[in-house]
Design a protein around this ligand. Structure first.
Ligand SMILES: [Zn+2]
Length: 153
């Protein structure tokens, strides 16, 4: 029965992994790595072919699709984790209109205002402590705000 190239892998390692999975499922597979040079045995410029017998192609493709499906699931999990770190949706109402609050700008404006008031009323020491309090407030302030419902988190 003639061999059919099922897919091409970038490295011998990946091809051998897929071969092992196929053979574990009872499909004899062959890695055709005649293009591999002795200088870079794991990185073939032509790719490493994974071949199966003509009659096994459908089954082998099904198995490989299942493996790549797992890969996709792992990538989806990774992007979900990124979304938690950088929320794009309000956890309260689900609105995508999320603003990150401009904490530094707010602090600078407040500090400048307090300093001006301190100069005007000749109470610089009191204003220094007020500025300190405002600084702490902005440090603990929620970094995200929903533009739709005003929810902060
Ligand atoms: Zn909201």
């Amino acid at each position: 029965m003639p061999l059919v190239t099922l897919t091409t892998f970038r490295t011998t390692h990946d091809a051998n992994l897929a071969k092992a999975v196929l053979e574990d499922e009872g499909v004899p597979a062959f890695v055709a790595d005649e293009n591999v040079t002795s200088i870079a045995p794991y990185l073939s410029p032509m790719g490493v072919k994974l071949q199966v017998a003509d009659g096994d192609v459908d089954r082998a493709e099904g198995i490989l699709n299942r493996i790549s499906g797992l890969d996709v699931a792992e990538r989806t999990t990774a992007s979900a984790e990124r979304a938690i770190r950088h929320p794009e949706q309000c956890p309260h109402c689900g609105s995508p209109d999320v603003r990150s609050t401009r904490r530094l700008l707010g602090f600078l404006i407040s500090a400048a205002f307090l300093f001006a008031v301190g100069v005007a009323v000749d109470q610089l020491v009191m204003m220094f402590y007020l500025t300190l309090a405002v600084c702490i407030f902005f440090l603990v302030a929620s970094p995200y705000r929903c533009a739709d419902c005003g929810h902060r988190w």
